[in-house]
Design a protein around this ligand. Structure first.
Ligand code: MCA
Ligand code: AMP
Length: 504
């Protein structure tokens, strides 16, 4: 194979008029037409002067066109770097600069800000709108719809996905062709995907879940996707009856359960609902079964590892657990202090090893060494146990992380922003339960002596600096932060004191 990822996921569909995407307006896009668009984009990248191994960053709305950019990056041997559409200009600037991206693709509406970012990073800039217009498409219309796929080795990098860290500085997780391909192959098999399936796809495509799990699985199985621009309850109720499978974060399922139209008749055609990215409450699992007769299949993964565990397709899907390690993944629970493997039933840190595990963090050898052991085991930062039947249960996190509606938020990043605000002496940020997002962000502030701080001013400043999903949903001023005898802020105390802020 010349380029294992491209050949296996895309090339095999070349020239076929099988349906790839069902779009919400009722139109369809065939594999063959999609691949012609992909080849056009690949020709544009080559004309721009991009070489294999160069980084291509994109912050664009979800559409068949932005998906074609992913495929074209793979076909051209580029490293694909998709970015959350909610990121502000300063956030975006960091990723473009840090990755050394040679091309940035943005929405026409953000062209002016992105031009400044691209100029300072020495990157080319093209635009692409949700409807597929923009400078990239203009150039694509003028070039050939054939492109000779660039050769890549199995261990070559295919994507960077940035994931924040406890230090607040985002790290580029380097994912190889094998990481992505092996995981898609395993998932197709264990979840029994075939070309008879139709996948309902309402996830964003700038994360592992929507791009590498949902899209790669569908491509590999040869099954079409109902490709929604975003998750919306009404649209889901309209289009889900044509699907056989759906993947989502828990918020998708809780929102559907709030709608009385969502019932067993509506999903009679569906064979499998999959959930991940955040904990699915056992209560949601039970409500979903009572309403639809379906037992949601919960699985567990990370940006650095793709998917690592899954509840079984056949057999007991155990609520409150994330199932078994995937067939090609080793998983152990270790003592965080000694690194020793713990017996089943004991709580420790979850470590995983397999072809799914990334190659390291871009230009961060120390961080890579801290988290990726020499023997190949990756320390996930999640706390868990293996129960008596071999199911993995996640019981908490060692890493200071909030997961809101499936998006990861690192408190350190928000604290750094809050600490920088005039009049703020110090801050602490924690996640508290939220009925819609699972968890949400609360910021605690201590104000400098004799200073007054207007919380509205902080909220306004947050708009320019932090993506909306990271904004504290509540700011609380305290006389001081609770600390233990070592002087460490006791976030568990804050979490406990404010746990019912949004649920009462
Ligand atoms: C949107 N907002 C959010 C979130 N999403 N705030 C907190 N957390 C969020 N997740 C903001 C909006 O900007 C808006 O701001 C307000 O909250 C309410 O918007 P709403 O219309 O309700 O939001 P939405 O557009 O419906 O989005 C909610 C969503 C979306 C559908 C749950 O966040 C989503 O698609 N999440 C999926 C994330 C995902 O794919 N994660 C996978 C990561 P305002 O109030 O100003 O209007 S990959 C991963 O985790 C690993 C590898 C794995 O295992 O999968
Ligand atoms: P990300 O950095 O976006 O890849 O998020 C990975 C993190 O999401 C994991 O380390 C877990 O903390 C969390 N996660 C993913 N799937 C699940 C799940 N099914 N249950 C609980 N947490 C999950």
């Amino acid at each position: 194979m010349i380029n294992p990822l491209f050949d296996t996921l895309f090339e095999c569909h070349c020239g076929k008029d099988t349906v790839f995407l069902h779009l919400p307006d009722g139109s369809v896009l065939g594999h063959g037409s999609f691949l012609k668009l992909v080849a056009r984009y690949a020709n544009v990248f080559s004309d721009i002067g991009l070489k294999p191994g160069d980084r291509l960053a994109i912050q664009a709305e979800k559409s068949p066109h932005s998906l074609a950019v992913y495929a074209a990056a793979v076909q051209s041997g580029l490293i694909f770097l998709p970015l959350n559409t909610g990121y502000t200009a300063p956030e975006l600037g960091y990723f473009v600069e840090d990755s050394g991206a040679r091309l940035l693709i943005c929405d026409p509406s953000t062209e002016a800000a992105c031009a400044t970012i691209a100029r300072s990073a020495g990157a080319a800039l093209e635009t692409l709108s949700a409807s597929g217009s923009g400078s990239l498409q203009d150039r694509a219309d003028a070039v050939s719809d054939q492109f000779e796929t660039v050769a890549r080795a199995a261990d070559d990098l295919a994507a960077f996905l940035y994931t924040s860290g406890t230090t607040g500085r985002s790290k580029g997780a380097m994912l190889t062709q094998t990481n992505l391909l092996s995981n898609a192959q395993t998932l197709v098999e264990i979840w029994q995907f075939s070309k008879e399936d139709v996948l309902f796809h309402a996830l964003p495509i700038f994360h592992t879940h929507g791009l590498f799990v949902a899209t790669n699985v569908s491509l590999l199985a040869g099954c079409p996707m109902i490709f929604m621009p975003k998750f919306d309850v009404d649209q889901t109720i309209e289009h889900l009856p044509k699907a056989t499978t759906m993947m989502g974060v828990p918020t998708f399922y809780t929102r559907l359960l709030h709608d009385p139209r969502f019932d067993s008749a509506l999903v009679s055609h569906v064979r499998l609902f999959i959930s991940g990215s955040a904990p699915l409450l056992a209560e949601t699992h039970a409500q979903f079964e009572a309403r639809t007769g379906h037992r949601i299949l919960e699985r567990y993964g990370m940006t650095e590892t793709n998917m690592s565990t899954s509840n079984p397709y056949e057999g007991e899907r155990k609520p409150g657990t994330v199932g078994f390690p995937l067939p090609d993944v080793e998983l152990k629970i270790t003592d965080a202090e000694t690194g020793e493997t713990l017996p089943d039933g004991e709580i420790g840190q979850i470590e995983v090893r397999g072809p799914n595990v990334f190659k390291g963090y871009w230009q961060m050898p120390e961080k890579t060494r801290d988290e990726l052991r020499e023997d190949g085991f990756f320390i996930t930062g999640d706390l868990g146990l293996i129960d008596e039947q071999g199911y993995v249960q996640i019981v908490g996190r060692i890493k200071d992380l909030i997961i809101s509606g499936g998006y990861n938020i690192y408190p350190k990043e928000i604290e750094t922003f809050l600490d920088d605000q005039p009049g703020v002496l110090e801050s602490a940020v924690v996640g508290v339960p939220h009925p819609d997002f699972g968890e949400t962000v609360v910021g605690f502030l201590v104000i400098e002596k004799d200073q007054h701080v207007d919380l509205n001013t902080i909220e306004t400043a947050a708009r320019d600096h932090l993506a909306r999903f990271k904004h504290p949903r509540k700011l609380v001023v305290l006389p001081e932060l609770p600390r233990n005898t070592m002087g460490k802020v006791q976030k568990n105390v804050l979490r406990a004191d404010y746990r019912t802020l949004f649920t009462d």
